[in-house]
Write a protein that binds this ligand. Structure first.
Ligand code: ADP
Length: 499
């Protein structure tokens, strides 16, 4: 049953490729990087033992090019493929192709992804197990008439969601029946173009909910454990930007019940590897199952810090047929961990993604601070991939200590060349309701107003940063442009030129 993994191809890019490779290196496993035109100088290539070119920058022609990835795996002699998150990570047909090649997929089986990765099938399983699910359809309605009758039965507002969805795409709130047909057709076409699967289902829209998720890991010997919960309610555009563990919103009883439901779901589906079971909590404190993410999550470091478990290491061990390194009673939780996602974006202006060159970046460091990133001086934030610059994870014995360390880290960040959400994050961390743990997914919807905080032009955060950037550019003989760098249109224009 045990398999030998000596070399892993990491079918991804950016911070997560770097993070996975670091664990491989600690395990003495060789790594193979793949890259697109855009990523020719990415740090993940320097960490990898070898790097292979995939294709042009659009994901379809590179990180989603299954034939090319498998060809590289074959010729490089990789034993296994780690998909990280996004791209091919939750695609059961990809898992089958990998296995047909005689390679190991580091993640759950195709069958388990089909059962739990598909939102409608996962809801059906949750119902079977008696886990409460958000009221709504399990199957996508087949006609506007059917949708209207579903809307009547669950009551407005309803939320339209793509069955194969992710990242909030295809999601739409419908507050009145007259808007249903139009919203449905918009969501279906968005779902079709984003996920090649136009199925859209309907759910009761829960007002002001909290998003709580449970990390599970399961081995091929039938052991399933949970690694506690993460609170992910601070979001913009249905996407998480601050995550923490433990959650301030749940008591021990609910904590145990969510964890127990998550473990039962994974066990029932014959799940192996790392997975996340997401729940939504209404204002009365009722928890409903929402979906399962059958992969490593962006916010997994929060859990790693509280448990001391390297989740990627567990994933690799599980794929090699090993047993989980700890049983449930051996897993202990300590302190409080928070993650902030730093994005290149115009937070003061509708959170629009921002493209351009990072002229200067200095990541913070200190006690209880972890930075996961693949961005360095001269990196370009482009239109092809997620504009995340880095993840800052802070840890403390208590929530106030973790928050203080986070604030200090964000203040110390120097990023020059693009606008970022650093000031938005700092503003959230200073909010009395956030500090009191009193928030929900509508926190920004309720409090955010354009112009609430003043974003420095093009993300110039400190005088030191500006000087460092000027020195950096002077070193490259581009001092002239350094002064122009204050103009945001200049950075976007530069990105245009580079394309
Ligand atoms: P995705 O897979 O696109 O990320 P999720 O199902 O994880 O979608 O939901 C993302 C976010 O959308 C949740 O964290 C929550 O803020 C919001 N959401 C999802 N379902 C509901 C619902 N029924 N009512 C209210 N908000 C919801």
């Amino acid at each position: 049953m045990k398999k030998i993994i000596r070399k892993i191809l990491i079918a991804n890019r950016g911070e997560i490729a770097v993070r996975v490779m670091r664990t491989c290196r600690t395990m003495g496993i060789a790594t193979v990087a793949v890259y697109s035109d855009w990523d020719k100088r990415s740090p993940h290539l320097r960490i990898a033992g070898e790097s292979h070119y995939l294709g042009p920058s659009p994901a379809r022609e590179s990180y989603l090019n299954v034939d090319k990835i498998l060809e590289i795996a074959r010729t490089s002699g990789a034993d296994a493929i780690h998909p990280c998150y996004g791209f091919l990570s939750e695609n059961p047909s990809f898992v089958e192709r990998v296995e047909k090649e005689g390679l190991i997929f580091i993640g759950p089986s195709a069958a388990a992804i089909r059962k739990l990765g598909d939102k409608t099938s996962a809801k059906e399983i949750a119902r079977t197990l008696g886990v409460p699910v958000v009221p709504g359809t399990v199957k996508a309605p087949s006609s506007p008439e059917e949708a209207r009758s579903v809307g009547k039965s669950i009551g407005y507002p309803v939320l339209l969601k793509a069955a194969a969805g992710g990242g909030g795409k295809g999601m739409r709130i419908v507050r009145e029946e007259k808007d249903l047909a139009g919203a449905l057709s918009l969501s279906m076409s968005e779902a079709k173009s984003s996920f090649s699967d136009g199925r859209v289902y309907m759910e009761k829209y829960i007002e002001d909910p909290r998003h709580i998720e449970v990390q599970v890991i399961a081995d091929a010997h039938g052991a399933v454990v949970h690694l506690g919960e993460r609170e992910c309610s601070i979001q913009r555009r249905y996407q998480k930007i601050i995550e923490e563990s433990p959650s301030e919103a749940i008591d021990e009883k609910l904590r145990r019940s969510l964890a127990e439901s998550a473990v039962r779901l994974a066990g029932y589906a014959g799940y192996t590897g790392a997975g996340t079971v997401e729940f939504i909590l209404d204002r009365e404190g009722n928890a409903y199952f929402m979906e399962v993410n059958t992969r490593l999550q962006v916010e997994h470091p929060v859990t790693e810090w509280r448990t001391g478990i390297d989740i990627v290491r567990e994933q690799i061990r599980i794929a090699a047929g090993e047993r989980l390194s700890r049983t449930q009673p051996e897993i202990t939780f300590s302190g409080h961990a928070i993650e902030c996602r730093i994005y290149a974006e115009d937070s003061a202006n509708g959170f629009l993604p921002y493209t351009g060159r990072i002229e200067h970046i200095a990541h913070p460091a200190g006690p209880g601070v972890r930075i996961d990133t693949a961005i360095e001086n001269g990196s370009d934030i482009g239109p092809y991939y997620d504009p995340m610059i880095s993840k800052v994870i802070s840890f403390g014995r208590s929530r106030p200590e973790a928050l203080a360390r986070m604030k200090e880290s964000l203040r110390a960040y120097e990023i020059y060349g693009v606008k970022t959400n650093l000031d938005l994050l700092l503003w959230i961390l200073d909010d009395p309701d956030f500090i009191a743990g009193n928030f929900d997914t509508n926190f920004l919807g309720r409090k955010y107003r354009p112009g609430l905080f003043t974003d420095p032009p093009a993300g110039i955060r400190t005088l030191a940063g500006l000087v460092a950037a000027a020195l950096h550019l002077a070193g490259e003989g581009r001092f002239e442009q350094a002064t122009d760098g204050c103009d945001p249109s200049w950075t976007s224009q530069r990105a245009e030129e580079m394309r």
